[in-house]
Design a protein around this ligand. Structure first.
Ligand SMILES: *[C@@H]1O[C@H](CO)[C@@H](O)[C@H](O)[C@H]1NC(C)=O
Ligand SMILES: *[C@@H]1O[C@H](CO)[C@@H](O)[C@H](O)[C@H]1NC(C)=O
Length: 537
C-alpha cells in the first residue's frame, strides 16, 4: 500500500489520540464480557442494563452518577480516570468509547480510500439519460415505499408543523442533495445553474430554520451555541486534520457556519426586545446594511476578511494560474449573501401566512379555488419568466444575477409546495431521510465516493472498487457511502450529547480545557516523533 504525500504532525496526533481510545474501548468490552459471565454476588452489579442506565444518568447529569458505589473515586475528573484506565469509568463509558473508536475508524477509512493506492479510481462520465434515469428511479422507489401522510390538524403536531415543518424542509433538502451529489459524481456540468439555486435554498433554510428556532425558543445559551457549532463542524474538522485539507475545500461548511452565526447574532443581540416588530425590522435592515457594505463596497471585503485567511484561504493545487487565496470564500459566500436574510423574513411572517391560509381554507370552496388557482398561475408565470431569462443564461453571467434573484425560484417552490392542504400533508420519507444527513453526504462524497487524491485537491475522479464495471461500482460505493454518512450523522449527535451537555456550563468548560490540553500535548508529541529520525542522524 503506497501512501501519497508526506505525513503531517496533525495526522500523527490524530493517530496517537485514537490508539489509546481504541485500546480503552476494547478493554471495556472485555471487562463487560467478564462481568457478564460471572456476575458479582451482592449489589454492585454491572450487567448491561445497569451500565446502560448508569450511563444514561451519567450523560444526563453530565457528572458523577448517584447509583455508583464508590463515590470518592467517581468525583475525580473524568479525564484522569480515563488516563488511569479506571475500570468503572471504562465500563460506564463503554458506548462513548465505542463511538469514538468508530468515528476514528471512519477517518482512517477515508484516508485509505483517498490517499493510498489500495483502491482504484475512474474518470467521471456524464450521460444525461442515465443521470435522469437514476434520479427518477429513486423518486419512484421513494413514492412506492415511503409516501407519508401527516395529520396537520392534530393538536400534538400543531407546534412543530407551525414553526419548523421539519418533514417538508428535510424532504426538500433530500430532493436537492441527491441531485447535488450526483452532479459531482457524474460531472453533470449542464445543471450548474440549478445547483446554484439548490445551495441558495439551503442557505435560505439556514436563515429560516435558525430564525424560527431562536425567535420562538429564545435559547441563546453558550451550550446551545456550542452544540450548533459541533453539529456543523465536528466531522469536517476531523476530515481536515486526517486528510490535511483546508476548511474551504468543503465550502458548504464555512458558509453555513457563517450564516448561522449571523442569524444567531442578529437575534441574540438585544434579544429582550425581539417581541417588538419594529426591532426585528431594524435588525433585518442592519443585516442588509452589513452585507451591502462588506460585499458591495470595493476592498471592504478584503479588509474585513484578511485576518481570517488562516481559516478561509484556499488554492486548488491542480490549477496552474491560481486565484488569490481568498477568492474562493469571496465567490462562495457572495453568491448567497442575501438569501439567508430572505429566509429570516419568511420565518418572521410564516405564522401570519399560516393564519391567512387557515382562514382561506375555511371559506367557500369556489372562492378558495379561485384564489389558489390565481396564486398558482402567477407563480408559474413568474417561474417561467425566471427560467427563460435568468436560469438559461451561461453560468458566469448567471452567477452575476444569482445573489439578487435566487429568492424567485425558492419562493415559487414554497408556494406551489404548500398550495393545497392535501399536497402539503404528504412527504416522501426516503427523501426526508436523505435530507437529514446532507452535511455528512456532502463531506463524505469527496473521499469515499469520489476521490481527491491529495491535500486540497478537488474530487476529479470517482472511487473505483470494482474496476471495469462502472454501474456495479456505482452501486457498491454508493451503498457504502450512504451507510457511512448515516453512521457519522448518528455518531456526531451522540458525541455531541456526551461532550456538550446542556445546562452544565462548568462541565462544558472543563471539556474544552481538557480538549485543548490534549490536542497541544498530542501535537507536541507528534512533532517530536516526526523529527526524531532527523535528530538521530
Ligand atoms: C441552523 O442552520 C444550520 C445550518 O444550515 C442547520 O444545520 C441547523 O439545523 C439550523 N438550526 C435550526 C434550529 O434549524
Ligand atoms: C411551505 O413549504 C416549505 C418547504 O417545503 C416549508 O418550509 C414551509 O414551512 C411551508 N410554509 C407554510 C406556510 O406552510
Amino acid at each position: 500500500m503506497e501512501i501519497s504525500g508526506p505525513i503531517t504532525p496533525s495526522q500523527v496526533s490524530l493517530l496517537l489520540g485514537l490508539l489509546p481510545v481504541i485500546v480503552a474501548w476494547l478493554y471495556s468490552e472485555l471487562l463487560e464480557h467478564l462481568n457478564n459471565s460471572n456476575p458479582p454476588k451482592n449489589g454492585a452489579d454491572f450487567g448491561s442494563d445497569f451500565v446502560e442506565n448508569d450511563e444514561k444518568i451519567h450523560l444526563l447529569k453530565g457528572g458523577p452518577s448517584l447509583a455508583s458505589p464508590s463515590q470518592v473515586r467517581k468525583s475525580s475528573p473524568s479525564f484522569l480516570r480515563f488516563l488511569s484506565m479506571d475500570k468503572e469509568f471504562l465500563l460506564e463509558n463503554r458506548s462513548t468509547l465505542r463511538s469514538l473508536s468508530e468515528f476514528g475508524a471512519v477517518t482512517v477509512f477515508f484516508y485509505i480510500c483517498d490517499r493510498t493506492n489500495l483502491f482504484g479510481e475512474s474518470t467521471k462520465h456524464y450521460d444525461r439519460d442515465l443521470f435522469l434515469f437514476l434520479y427518477f428511479l429513486l423518486i419512484i422507489v421513494a413514492a412506492i415505499t415511503s409516501l407519508k401522510k401527516h395529520q396537520e390538524n392534530s393538536p400534538v403536531l400543531e407546534k412543530s408543523v407551525r414553526y419548523l415543518n421539519r418533514d417538508q424542509t428535510e424532504e426538500w433538502k433530500g430532493w436537492m442533495q441527491v441531485l447535488f451529489v450526483m452532479y459531482h459524481y457524474f460531472a453533470a456540468k449542464e445543471i450548474y445553474n440549478a445547483i446554484r439555486v439548490f445551495i441558495a435554498a439551503y442557505v435560505w433554510m439556514t436563515g429560516f430554520g435558525n430564525f424560527s428556532y431562536y425567535y420562538v425558543r429564545k435559547d441563546f445559551s453558550f451550550a446551545r451555541f456550542a452544540q450548533m457549532m459541533w453539529r456543523l463542524n465536528f466531522f469536517v474538522a476531523f476530515c481536515c486534520i486526517a486528510l490535511d485539507n483546508h476548511y474551504m475545500l468543503y465550502y458548504i461548511c464555512p458558509m453555513h457556519t457563517f450564516f448561522t452565526l449571523l442569524v444567531y447574532c442578529a437575534l441574540g443581540l438585544f434579544n429582550k426586545y425581539n417581541k417588538h416588530g419594529s426591532v426585528i425590522a431594524v435588525k433585518i435592515v442592519a443585516c442588509f446594511a452589513v452585507i451591502v457594505i462588506v460585499w458591495e463596497v470595493p476592498s471592504v471585503f478584503d479588509f474585513v476578511w484578511s485576518p481570517f485567511a488562516f481559516l478561509l484561504a484556499y488554492n486548488d493545487p491542480d490549477v496552474s494560474e491560481p486565484y488569490p487565496p481568498m477568492h474562493e470564500w469571496h465567490f462562495r459566500s457572495g453568491l448567497d449573501r442575501y438569501i439567508w436574510i430572505v429566509g429570516m423574513i419568511y420565518a418572521y411572517y410564516h405564522p401570519t401566512v399560516e393564519r391567512w391560509m387557515e382562514k382561506l381554507e375555511k371559506t367557500r370552496v369556489s372562492l378558495q379555488i379561485l384564489i389558489k388557482s390565481s396564486i398558482a398561475t402567477i407563480c408559474l408565470l413568474v417561474g417561467y419568466v425566471w427560467y427563460e431569462y435568468l436560469f438559461k443564461l451561461e453560468k458566469h453571467t448567471y452567477n452575476v444575477y444569482h445573489p439578487y434573484t435566487s429568492w424567485i425560484p425558492i419562493t415559487v417552490y414554497i408556494v406551489l409546495r404548500n398550495i393545497t392542504q392535501r399536497f402539503r400533508n404528504y412527504t416522501l420519507a426516503l427523501f426526508g431521510w436523505l435530507g437529514k444527513i446532507t452535511l455528512e453526504t456532502y463531506i463524505s462524497q469527496y473521499h469515499i465516493w469520489m476521490r481527491t487524491g491529495g491535500p486540497d485537491k478537488q474530487p476529479r475522479k470517482d472511487l473505483s472498487l470494482i474496476p471495469n464495471y462502472p454501474m456495479l461500482n456505482f452501486l457498491l460505493t454508493t451503498a457504502i457511502y450512504i451507510t457511512v454518512a448515516h453512521r457519522v450523522f448518528g455518531l456526531t449527535n451522540k458525541l455531541k450529547m456526551v461532550f456538550i451537555p446542556s445546562g452544565d456550563d462548568k462541565r462544558l468548560m472543563y471539556n474544552i480545557v481538557v480538549a485543548a490540553i490534549v490536542s497541544v500535548t498530542l501535537y507536541a508529541l507528534s512533532l517530536v516523533l516526526l523529527n526524531l529520525p532527523k535528530m538521530l542522524l
